[in-house]
Design a protein around this ligand. Structure first.
Ligand code: CA2
Length: 145
């Protein structure tokens, strides 16, 4: 069974609670629930995390070297700042899909250039919470990871 780690960065715990015009009304708990259901359908073993702390995210990515075959990551605000997360992703050998709920390319200049994307296998942006499901389908289909 393929093992998948889904990581969510800072403030994503506020999804559905604030700024629904940008990020929609779905909460992170609802996203987690739909990912868990989808993982069962795809026979993926899933772990799902959210943190507001960069070092904790780095620790999870490092632990994924032993415990996961693929990572789906929404680095949120750290997408645009974190060389530490970029370096940790580079040291992970499996498939990495970066997901953004909003279309970061259609946003202001602070939200356009993810540092993480250069190390990701693929990037999904702008599909709302469905982006996580699309990323899981990719993980299940693709050979690496
Ligand atoms: O669209 C995404 O998934 C983002 O990664 C979300 C990040 C943002 O910085 C990226 O540009 C795109 C922000 C997550 C913060 O989520 C909030 C949700 C509700 C209220 C405030 C923040």
């Amino acid at each position: 069974m393929k093992r998948l780690m889904i990581l969510n960065g800072p403030n994503l715990n506020l999804l559905g609670v604030r700024e629904p015009h940008i990020y929609g009304t779905t909460t992170l708990a609802q996203i987690r629930e739909s990912c868990e259901q989808h993982a069962k359908k795809l026979s993926l073993e899933l772990s799902f995390h959210q943190s507001n702390h960069e070092g904790e995210i780095v620790d999870w990515i490092q632990s994924a070297r032993q415990t996961a075959d693929a990572i789906i990551i929404n680095p949120a605000g750290y997408s645009f700042t974190s060389i530490a997360i970029l370096d940790a992703i580079k040291a992970f050998e499996g498939l990495v899909v970066e997901v953004h709920i909003s279309n970061i390319h259609a946003r202001d200049e602070h939200h356009r250039h993810s540092k993480i994307s250069s190390a990701a296998t693929g990037v999904i942006a702008g599909l709302g919470p469905y982006g996580y499901i699309a990323a899981m389908d990719a993980v299940a289909q693709m050979k690496k990871g």
